[in-house]
Design a protein around this ligand. Structure first.
Ligand SMILES: *Cc1c(COP(=O)(O)O)cnc(C)c1O
Length: 250
């Protein structure tokens, strides 16, 4: 028994995922040999993106090699010098590093403190305001007050970036996450989900509007300058996503 892993649904050891990975490796090879934008792209990568967007009911999505790569690639695209990012004190290291790499002014608010968030946003006199938070916190396991956070974001015209790493597959309808459980949020959002925890594979996906995703495909350095994820990883993730979708509907 292992109570310390993030393999919440036991999918990492599921035969369906392992078999899909083995088949993809046999048929398509072990690696892609180039980044997605050069020659590494494949229908399998796009299938993972589409399956994730379908599950989250979002228009567009982009697959990264890992959740760490998402946060260090996404935040520097969404914010830069002269912008403000408000970040929860208990946010994951990859979010902290993404904030640093963005060169935006990062204001850290006490964990789960919506009033502090409101005050920080009210005093931030900047072009762009980004609020980034985990939805289920990795270490404490508590859930962010996303309804209140999104209302504050809407009031201040801030973009909300919920990181659903520990929620995806477990919380919300069909495992689509905490944000999905709340329906339409009042503010703009760009959602982050990972495929290496409850989905049992590896990688991570950013889900959002078509324009944001197109921007990330061309500007996120951890996407543009990284070798495309291997076929076996994509096939395992796709099998995990399909199990989620079918388990939830049966
Ligand atoms: C685990 C985790 C990540 C990193 O995801 P990997 O795919 O393991 O790189 C990012 N954000 C949060 C909140 C996490 O818990």
């Amino acid at each position: 028994m292992n109570f310390a892993s993030n393999d919440y649904l036991g999918l990492a050891l599921d035969g369906t995922l392992a078999e899909a990975a083995a088949r993809a490796a046999r048929e398509l090879g072990a690696g892609r040999g180039a980044s997605r934008l050069v020659a590494g792209d494949s229908p399998l990568h796009r299938a993972v993106e589409e399956a994730t967007a379908d599950l989250l009911g979002a228009p567009a999505s982009i697959l990264f090699g890992s959740g760490y790569a998402v946060n260090t690639g996404l935040l520097p695209v969404m914010a830069g010098e002269g912008d403000v990012i408000v970040s929860d004190a208990l946010n994951h290291a990859s979010i902290v590093d993404g904030c640093r790499l963005s060169r935006a002014r990062t204001l850290v608010v006490p964990h789960g403190d919506v009033d502090a968030l409101d005050q920080r946003l009210a005093t931030a006199d900047t072009r762009r305001k980004i609020v980034v938070t985990e939805t289920v916190f990795s270490m404490d396991g508590d859930v962010a007050p996303l309804v209140d956070i999104s209302a504050v974001c809407a009031r201040h015209g801030a973009l909300l970036v919920p990181d659903e790493a520990h929620a995806f597959g477990v919380f919300g309808p069909r495992g689509a996450g905490v944000a999905a459980a709340l329906g339409e949020l009042p503010c703009d959002t760009v959602r982050v989900v990972t495929l290496g925890k409850a989905v049992g594979a590896h990688g991570a996906v950013v889900v959002g509007g078509a324009a944001t995703v197109a921007l990330l495909k061309n500007r996120a350095r951890t996407f543009v300058y990284a070798t495309a994820p291997p076929p076996a990883v994509c096939a395992a993730a796709l099998a995990g996503l399909r199990l989620l979708a079918t388990a939830a509907s049966s």
